[in-house]
Design a protein around this ligand. Structure first.
Ligand code: IPE
Ligand code: IPE
Ligand code: MG
Length: 221
């Protein structure tokens, strides 16, 4: 049976979900946070050591300012309200992305949260915020005087983490949108039509069960 260390999520479809409910895109983002909480809990039950969520891409700056501000406020509120629960559940938070470009109050709360949770051992929850895969690779290349695979990987945001074996993208589109380009080299890709706020623990379970049965060749036969 395949070993499962890491699942990455492109949680797409929040905006469409909110509009479908006639409540606007931001309502979808609000519901999307609930899905994240639920899926983290399930991942702990499944004993998955690492999960990564694509929260805000380096391309999402192209969105209207009002939506960007709403998203940032949502992330801040999440940590204000949930930090106790995060700690109780033994969740270690890691931020992947260029956080120095984020507003200072948001950046500070993210750093604080990483520090507060760094000793937790139940699960690693990576949040990709202002994350772009091409930029991550470029940054890692620039940091190396002597480039080798190992040196490069040591300078990615995911240093010391296993690559995801599974990528799940909700929302119906079958693309990576600049997400974990390096780390997903050998991932099994699951594209689901469901919008992120509708994604449930049983959908996660289905994916994990399918994954377990896949013959993973890595080029061999
Ligand atoms: C994904 O949902 C969440 C973020 C990018 C923050 P979208 O906001 O892209 O929702 P759709 O794809 O427009 O429905
Ligand atoms: C990917 O979703 C980014 C996140 C989920 C944060 P997008 O909605 O931004 O992707 P595109 O623009 O449709 O490729
Ligand atoms: Mg989208």
């Amino acid at each position: 049976m395949n070993k499962l260390n890491h699942i990455a999520f492109i949680m797409d479809g929040n905006g469409r979900w909110g509009r479908k409910k006639n409540k606007g895109r931001n309502y979808g983002h609000l519901k999307g946070v609930e899905t994240v909480k639920k899926i983290v809990k399930s991942s702990i039950k499944h004993r998955i050591p690492f999960v990564t969520f694509f929260v805000f891409s380096s391309e999402n700056w192209k969105r209207p300012k009002t939506e960007i501000n709403f998203l940032f406020k949502l992330i801040k509120n999440y940590f204000f309200k949930e930090i106790d629960s995060v700690t109780k559940q033994g969740i270690k938070i890691n931020i992947l992305g260029e956080i120095k470009k984020l507003p200072r109050d948001l950046r500070n709360i993210l750093i604080k949260c990483e520090n507060l949770t760094k000793k937790n051992k139940n699960i690693n929850v990576n949040l990709a915020i202002n994350y772009g895969g091409k930029n991550e690779i470029l940054m890692a290349v620039k940091k190396n005087k002597k480039i080798s695979l190992r040196n490069l990987e040591r300078n990615l945001y995911t240093k010391n983490m296993p690559d995801p074996e599974i990528l799940i993208r909700t929302g119906g589109n079958q693309r990576l949108s600049n997400f974990m380009l390096w780390q997903l080299a050998y991932a099994e890709l699951f594209f689901l039509k469901k919008l992120w706020p509708d994604f449930e623990s049983k959908d996660l379970k289905k994916v994990i069960n399918k994954f377990k049965k896949i013959k993973r060749n890595y080029g061999a036969i």
